[in-house]
Design a protein around this ligand. Structure first.
Ligand code: B12
Ligand code: SF4
Ligand code: SF4
Length: 298
């Protein structure tokens, strides 16, 4: 077992950061540069983990041989591919302006490109639900999984990482999302996308000091503008979706009680009433996972 790591889990949650190998907490380097992880070393680590105390170990994020580690900014295609392989969807990117609320880099430098990553529909659910975090019984599995996967992508591509769960104060992920892709405020408070409807979320952001070349912005209008019947506004059994905002207390009280079993197990009834992106609705397992964690936090 590498010096500095105490458990098998820690070995598996490593990250290559600019040619260094770290434990999951990112604080203790296991080896000094110029060490890099070769496929052979990666397979040795997997073998150690397989014989370790943990019965179940998730596949580590793909390990890149040193020759492939990037000394140049990545292309958008590189980022899309690596995000997909890590279990995340590309959620757009933009060049931040000073009033976008993007924090500075650790050395005070400005972020020139921000790339958003997340979930769309049920597509990324299998990657997360097969992970160690999903099954380990420790709090906040999705946030912990997101941090591991996004941190590995950031390390590989020389970016800093931000997370929607950083806070409070919260980072303005929804505002960033409106800059990065065609999402718009919906009556539910969450953003609506013309393809994914209300069935999407953000899991992290990669912050680059370089100005990456980005595809032309996708600027489609809000589906809510053309929605005449607006079923999301009158489907909630406790009228938690109001013109003045979302009544989180009324919602969680209902969902936590016997009458709220439908919302708890199938997902928010008002959200399900929206016709946009209906094929992207979460499956029962994913819907219940999100509702349970919302009730715990709400
Ligand atoms: C705190 C929080 C909550 C709180 C309070 C939410 C609230 N409505 O006030 C609670 C626990 C209740 C909650 C619940 C839920 N949340 Co929540 N939540 C957050 C969190 C962590 C911070 C939000 C915040 O205060 N940001 C601070 C401000 C400064 O950031 P902002 O980008 O500027 O965001 C605000 C503006 O966009 C503003 N806004 C909205 N419309 C408009 C329009 C204009 C013109 C302008 C200028 C601003 C504006 O509202 C946002 C505040 O919520 C975010 C993650 C994040 N970091 O953003 C998730 C987040 C907003 N939540 C999310 C989700 C999915 C939910 C739930 C559906 C949970 C579930 N079951 O899956 C529920 C339902 C909430 C609802 N119907 O509104 C997603 C939304 C994804 C999306 N499609 O937009 C986020 C982005 C998390 C994620 N990982 O993706 N949430
Ligand atoms: S039901 Fe209509 S108004 Fe409500 S979120 Fe969907 S498109 Fe928008
Ligand atoms: S989860 Fe249920 S109670 Fe909460 S807003 Fe949606 S429909 Fe209303």
């Amino acid at each position: 077992m590498p010096a500095g790591c105490e458990t098998v889990t820690q070995i598996m949650f490593f990250a290559v950061r600019r040619h260094r190998l770290f434990c999951v907490d990112g604080k203790r380097p296991l080896a000094e540069p110029p060490l890099s992880i070769t496929p052979h070393a990666a397979s040795a680590l997997r073998r150690i983990a397989a014989g370790g105390r943990l019965g179940r170990v998730s596949a580590p994020t793909r390990i890149v041989p040193r020759s492939a580690l990037m000394d140049r900014p990545p292309s958008i295609d590189d980022l899309r591919r690596d995000a997909r392989e890590g279990g995340l969807a590309w959620r757009g990117a933009f060049h931040p302006a000073p009033d976008d609320g993007v924090p500075a880099l650790a050395d005070g430098g400005a972020v020139a490109t921000l790339v958003l990553l997340g979930f769309v529909g049920g597509e990324q659910w299998p990657a997360f639900s097969a992970s160690t975090e999903y099954a380990d019984g420790i709090a906040n599995p999705l946030d912990r999984w997101s941090r591991r996967v996004v941190a590995a992508l950031a390390a590989r591509h020389g970016a800093a990482a931000f997370y929607p769960s950083d806070g409070p104060p919260w980072l303005p992920f929804q505002r960033w999302a409106m800059r990065a892709e065609p999402v718009h405020p919906s009556p539910l408070g969450i953003l609506i996308h013309p393809d994914h409807g209300l069935w999407h979320a953000y899991r992290g952001a990669l912050a680059f000091r370089e100005r990456l070349d980005l595809p032309a912005a996708d600027r489609r209008p809000s589906p809510c503008a053309a929605c005449r019947t607006r079923p999301c506004e009158h489907t909630c059994p406790v009228a938690a979706i109001t013109r003045s905002g979302f009544d989180a207390a009324a919602c969680t009280a209902h969902v936590a009680g016997a009458a709220g079993i439908d919302c708890l197990q199938q997902g928010c009834r008002a959200r399900r009433a929206c016709p946009v992106g209906a094929t992207q609705r979460y499956g029962a397992e994913q819907a219940e996972f999100h509702m349970r964690s919302f009730v715990r936090r709400g």
